[in-house]
Design a binder for this molecule. Structure first.
Ligand SMILES: [Zn+2]
Length: 82
């Protein structure tokens, strides 16, 4: 089953709840991943398995460039998406 994740910025206090993964009926076609919309700068959720999603428009949070500092080792997994 999908997981609700709480996104929090320790600098400005922004917080939001985001959906990661999918449901039992659609898990072969859907893996919802938090993204930053590169145009608007807003946090959104996109299906990373959707071939029509252009990765040039979004930064997916499972990509290494979205991390800074030490790896805490804490992760959420959906298939081979971490
Ligand atoms: Zn912030």
């Amino acid at each position: 089953m999908g997981t609700l994740l709480r996104a929090v910025c320790n600098k400005c206090g922004y917080s939001n709840t985001v959906n990661f993964g999918a449901g039992m009926l659609n898990f072969t076609e859907v893996c919802n991943v938090p993204v930053i919309n590169k145009k608007s700068g807003k946090l959104e959720i996109k299906n990373i398995l959707d071939k029509d999603i252009s990765k040039k428009n979004y930064s997916f949070y499972n990509e290494p460039e979205m991390y800074q500092g030490e790896d805490s080792g804490k992760r959420h997994q959906w298939g081979d998406i971490f």
